[in-house]
Design a protein around this ligand. Structure first.
Ligand code: NAD
Length: 296
């Protein structure tokens, strides 16, 4: 069994840490929020005094933090994990962050001879709790092989995406497509309704025709056709508008950095930004159908 340092015990990290503890690993845990740290200690972790302290004398460090600036600070600032970690410590960052921060921090780790992977997830809080997350992993093949046994405990599908930063690239490209797909699906259901076609009839036809996509068949934004979709539960998340907006901003930033044309990604970011600015950032992202119908 390994000694794990776990930093960032929020909505996702708290459950992920708990699954590692349940599997029998020992853990030094840290979060800036005392109640999050208390929960991890109640589940069997030892409280570290700081993020750096959690990175000392452990076999593997796992971070689940809000954004790139937190990841840079925890790993790469003077006195940070890269400086204090023992030789051979494996570093796994599962936060969703910008590709450049992931590549910069990985390069700083490599300079010290430390293996690091970026391993963002999809699957949400439910997947974190159930240990069924999907991990998209960037880093060397060796680092991936070392990380996989830990990721297997927290997730179900573990994909190797290539070199450093490629896990983040896979994550934001997927979520950009999801954001665009949800808007397209919403527009189609709204237009169908105005033309006198009810949602169920349109769903039955389009879900077996060429308009079929995940946003329609698994997460339909119109109430009715897919009983488990948030549309049937007042658009409670699920995956909140503000989370989608974060990922669309990361995609835009990445596209600009490499000169890629992503006009629909750009428009999607503007539309989700409008929904968030009108006070609906906590709604499930499929709730954009209501804004597009002029009902929000
Ligand atoms: P969260 O805000 O609930 O948790 C983040 C935690 O990090 C907080 O408890 C915060 O106190 C802690 N933290 C911040 N800076 C710190 C520092 N310097 N040292 C120690 N702790 C620090 O967020 P979350 O929902 O758990 O998401 C974490 C990451 O996972 C984000 O990058 C998010 O985009 C990504 N993600 C979230 C979901 C989801 O459904 N929530 C799904 C996929 C990916």
């Amino acid at each position: 069994m390994a000694k794990v340092g776990f930093i960032g015990l929020g909505n996702m990290g708290g459950h992920m840490a708990n699954n590692l503890l349940k599997a029998g690993h020992s853990m030094k845990a840290f979060d800036l929020m005392q109640d999050a740290l208390d929960r991890a200690v109640a589940n069997g972790a030892t409280a570290a005094k700081s993020a750096s302290d959690a990175g000392r004398d452990v076999d593997v460090v796992i971070t689940m933090l809000p954004a790139g600036k937190h990841v840079r600070s925890v790993y790469a600032e003077p006195g940070g994990i890269i400086e204090v970690a023992a030789p051979g410590t494996l570093l796994i960052d599962s936060s969703t962050i910008d590709v450049q921060s992931a590549r910069d921090v990985s390069a700083a780790a490599a300079k010290k001879g430390l293996d690091m992977v970026d391993a963002p997830v999809s699957g949400g809080v439910g997947g974190a709790q159930a240990g069924t997350l999907t991990f998209m992993v960037g880093g060397s093949q060796d680092a991936f092989n070392r990380a996989k046994p830990f990721l297997d405990i927290m997730g179900k599908n573990i994909f190797y995406a290539g070199g450093p930063g490629n896990g983040q690239a896979a994550k934001i490209c997927n979520n950009m497509l999801l954001g665009i797909g949800m808007i397209g699906t919403s527009e189609a259901f709204n237009l169908a309704e105005k033309l006198g076609l009810d949602a169920k009839t349109f769903f039955d036809i389009s879900s077996t025709a060429s308009g079929q996509c995940w946003s329609m068949t698994s997460y339909c934004p119109a109430p009715g056709p897919v009983p488990t979709s948030p549309a049937n539960n007042d658009y409670k998340p699920g995956f909140a508008v503000d989370m989608m907006l974060k990922d669309l901003r990361l995609a835009k930033e990445a596209a600009e950095s490499v000169g890629a044309e992503t006009p629909l990604g750009h428009d999607s970011e503007a539309l989700y930004g409008k929904l968030s600015a009108s006070g609906h950032g906590g709604l499930d992202f499929s709730g954009i159908i209501k804004m597009l119908a002029g009902k929000l």
